[in-house]
Design a protein around this ligand. Structure first.
Ligand code: AMP
Ligand code: GLY
Length: 444
């Protein structure tokens, strides 16, 4: 069959690569894709003639273009990478045309697209999470913040309700910071409508763990959520967790400190109540979910749901998949997920991300990426492209950096240390002007 992956990042390259491994998959289209999906075996990017790539999938007109493309090409299955098309209802529109697509519908996508909705859902169904309250009135939010800092030394977490491309969560150390953030979100409209409501949440200590999972819940039926191996993102730009937040500087899977006791606690306190809540709300949720956890002393609290796979977690998790990803997608859609054998390879993956000089501020672009194929082959690592395009106008087609996060080197090892060593050997086999990366992925 032919499949379509929607998105243009490293997660989408990893999904496209994994889908292409399936004997049942003949072609993987990526819309709009990147330089990685342009060059991966069996994969192709949608043609430029489809129009503005940034509008595809996220506007109704763009979704119509994709629907036409899927129908013309006879694509049997579509998988959505990022949250925005899901929040903009792409799944409902594809299904209305009778097309098979993996992802939650617009209603269920509010678990990520609205923090107010998702925190209310957690409270209603007893999902263990940080204590919080929702506010639409700036004066009331400020008076809550004043009371909070009266009684506590800990920071206050301020979350804008809507999608804000990673800019919607502020950890305010004191009242002055909280006041300026509330005023910027709620009064000045710095995030547009996304910031007009906020969630104020207690600060939790611990280590973060990401659990990605497959979900198959349909109205009136009994649902299933099957978790993947655990993963960890490393959000700060510099080693030791220092510096500004980024889209993710690298990931590992599985997480050595996510113990069997913590996993059991996650299933009881978070996964099961989430599933019960989805069933009780009558959601049609056939896709992936991401549980962002804070774990301390083997006790898990939920920080957030994302209604998709994580980036860059997917680049570390999918190379451990010992199952057919296209088969998993079909099982999610046809209600046979419970019986699907979700097996994982032994060992570990480390996937550090190489970024462009200056990132996450303004950064260099357009630099050619050179690759020592023989040295890379020795490591067995796979390069997942995030922000690079294939320059076909060059005398010899070349990948050129086009984004802040350029690529991840995803290496398997018998254990975490071996994976780490191979991943960094793989990065050593690559270069582009201004290439930078953290050295402590998996060791923070
Ligand atoms: P979220 O989008 O809700 O996951 O928040 C983004 C990031 O902010 C998380 O990955 C955490 O690093 C941090 N964060 C969010 N909520 C909390 C909290 N209640 N306590 C501590 N850190 C948090
Ligand atoms: N790695 C966090 C995310 O995908 O949002």
């Amino acid at each position: 069959m032919k499949v379509l992956v929607i998105g243009s990042g490293g997660r989408e390259h990893a999904m496209a690569w994994n889908l292409a491994q399936s004997a049942n998959v003949e072609t993987v289209w990526a819309a709009p894709g990147n330089g990685g999906t342009a060059t991966e075996a069996k994969c192709k990017n949608t043609p430029a003639s489809l129009g503005d790539p940034s509008a595809l999938a996220v506007t109704e007109a763009g979704q119509d273009v994709l629907i036409g493309f899927v129908q013309r090409e006879g694509i049997a299955l579509t998988v959505v990478g990022p949250e925005l098309p899901l929040a903009e209802g792409i799944v409902d529109r594809f299904r209305a045309e009778g097309l098979a697509i993996v992802g939650p519908g617009k209603e269920a996508a509010r678990l990520e697209a609205s923090k107010v909705f998702s925190k209310s859902f957690m409270r209603k169904y007893g999902v263990r999470a940080a204590g919080s309250e929702n506010f639409t009135n700036p004066a009331e939010a400020l008076s809550y913040a004043k009371k909070y800092f009266d009684g506590k030394q800990a920071p206050l977490v301020i979350k804008a309700d809507g999608l804000a491309a990673g800019k919607g969560v502020v950890i305010a150390a004191d009242l002055a910071e909280a006041e300026s953030c509330l005023s910027s979100f709620m009064k000045d409209g710095s995030l547009g409508a996304a910031g007009s409501s906020v969630v104020l949440e207690e600060f939790l200590e611990g280590k973060e763990v990401s659990v990605l999972a497959a979900v198959s819940v349909q109205p009136g039926g009994k649902g299933v959520i099957k978790p993947f191996v655990s993963a960890r993102d490393h959000k700060r730009r510099f080693d030791g967790g220092q510096g500004p937040n980024t889209g993710g500087m690298g990931s590992i899977a599985p997480v050595p400190d996510f113990t069997p006791i913590a996993q059991k606690d996650f299933e009881t306190a978070i996964l099961r109540p989430t599933l019960r809540g989805m069933e009780a709300e009558g959601m049609d949720y056939r896709g992936f979910i991401f549980f962002g956890l804070m774990v301390k002393d083997d006790r898990c609290s939920l920080l957030e749901y994302n209604v998709r796979l994580g980036d860059p977690e997917t680049q570390a998790v999918l190379p451990l998949a010992d199952f057919d990803f296209a088969g998993l997608c079909s099982a999610i859609l046809d209600g046979t997920l419970a019986a699907f054998p979700l097996n994982w390879k032994p060992g570990a993956v480390c996937a550090p991300v190489a970024v462009a000089d200056g990132y996450p501020g303004s950064y260099r672009k357009g630099d050619p990426i050179t690759l020592n194929e023989a040295a890379l082959a020795k490591t067995g690592a796979r390069i997942f492209i995030a922000g690079a395009r294939l320059d076909e106008a060059a005398a010899v087609p070349v990948l050129r950096s086009s984004g802040g996060r350029v690529l991840a080197a995803s290496a398997w090892g018998a254990d975490a240390d071996q994976a780490w060593t191979k991943a960094y050997e793989a990065l050593g086999a690559l270069s582009f002007a201004g290439m930078a990366y953290r050295k402590d992925i998996g060791r923070e």
